[in-house]
Design a protein around this ligand. Structure first.
Ligand code: ATP
Length: 354
């Protein structure tokens, strides 16, 4: 078993309220990612769960049992940090073996366990090297191997891929999901990288300023963001938000445009709203019936696609277009909207409207 639950975690550092009532329910065997910007409280949450931080309030339950007062060792959780924290004078083999030695495992058991995990991580050839003789990516694998070698109740990972270059980071994402599938076990992983979160997680909790904003599958968080902030934080390019109001069967923009009111919305007339448009749900045309009349502002070629910035009045709409798209800044264009895929938020509360 390996369920991890945090209820109402509170922690302040002087003036800073790092955790403001954090609730997390991490199911046994899941790859659960806590996603949030720098300073959101991700590390503090992990440290609190690991027993490395004294809390001002709240509780931690492991496998259904209250573990709030347990020592870190008694919690039986393995932590992997972004700094590798390897013993510099020991070989990779000895680093990986160290948690098992601490438990007084027999040498043959240790050898078998180190071999198994090294094969899984493709690091057999590094076992006799010391940290100074390894690259960052290799050290990260050794650090992971050291966490994986013992079978803790759950793995807590704090941005372990941050120090790797982009190519290695992408590779390690795939590796980690493979390791999770192969080994099983509960992974609780924190990151500020939404691509990492969306690609690896089976569940994501989005954290902001010490509060969980939304919990769901990656698809739910992306497709049905609970509020304007989550919509803006998850997704690249960033979702475009346009001020508007519902008026009868129309949605009327603050910049003078008007669209049919989406069938699904319950918004009452006159209430200030924000229309959220993901770049893949809009397209840009040179002529045609102007849904949102605008002016081409700039093109950002990204190889497989080009992001087109269109100014609609004083607001900007980002459009994902084919890489072959052309245009001149200042040119008049119109933006076509897939209203079934659009989002509406209450402009005052930021909450998504159904
Ligand atoms: P990052 O992605 O940058 O690591 P994070 O989401 O992990 O950020 P935390 O490290 O948990 O954020 O920090 C949350 C808040 O608490 C921040 O404002 C941080 O400055 C503050 N904080 C964390 N640890 C301490 C500490 N030991 N003393 C004072 N303030 C702290």
């Amino acid at each position: 078993m390996g369920t991890v639950a945090a209820h109402g975690l509170r922690k302040s550092f002087g003036e800073v309220q790092a955790l403001d009532g954090v609730d997390l329910d991490v199911p046994d065997g899941s790859f659960f990612v806590v996603l949030g910007p720098s300073g959101a409280g991700k590390t503090t949450t992990l440290r609190a769960i690991a027993g490395l931080e004294t809390l001002d309030g709240g509780s931690v339950h492991l496998d259904g049992r209250d573990a709030t007062a347990d020592t870190p060792a008694a919690r039986d959780l393995a932590m992997v940090f972004q700094s590798y924290a390897l013993y510099p004078r020991r070989t990779a083999y000895e680093n990986i073996a160290s948690p098992l030695r601490a438990r007084r495992a027999s040498s043959s058991d240790i050898q078998a366990a180190v071999q198994q995990v090294s094969a899984l991580l493709h690091i057999e050839r590094l076992l006799q090297r010391r940290p100074a003789q390894m690259s960052g990516g290799e050290m990260q694998r050794v650090a992971l191997a050291r966490a994986l070698v013992r079978r803790p109740r759950a793995f807590l990972m704090d941005e372990p891929l941050t120090n790797l270059d982009l190519k290695l980071r992408v590779e390690m994402r795939t590796e980690l999901t493979r390791i999770h599938r192969t080994l099983g076990g509960t992974f609780l992983y924190v990151t500020n990288d939404q691509v990492e979160a969306l690609s690896m997680a089976d569940r994501v909790a989005v954290l902001r300023e010490g509060r969980v904003q939304q919990v769901g599958t990656p698809t739910e968080v992306y497709e049905r963001p609970a509020n304007q902030w989550v919509a803006g934080f998850v997704g690249s390019p960033r979702i475009s938000l346009l001020a508007c109001r519902a008026e009868g069967d129309r949605l009327v923009g603050a910049q003078g445009w008007s669209l049919p009111r989406p069938r699904w919305t319950t918004a009452e007339d006159g209430r200030p709203l924000l229309l959220g448009l993901r770049a893949e749900d809009v397209s840009v045309e040179k002529r045609g019936e102007a849904a949102l009349p605008g002016e081409l502002y700039g093109l950002e070629p990204l190889g497989d696609r080009t992001v087109v910035d269109v100014k609609v009045g004083s607001e900007m709409v980002k459009v994902k277009a084919r890489p072959t798209v052309t245009g001149t800044p200042g040119e008049r264009v119109s933006v076509t909207v897939d209203l079934d895929r659009a989002h509406l938020f209450d402009a005052d509360t930021g909450l998504a409207l159904a």
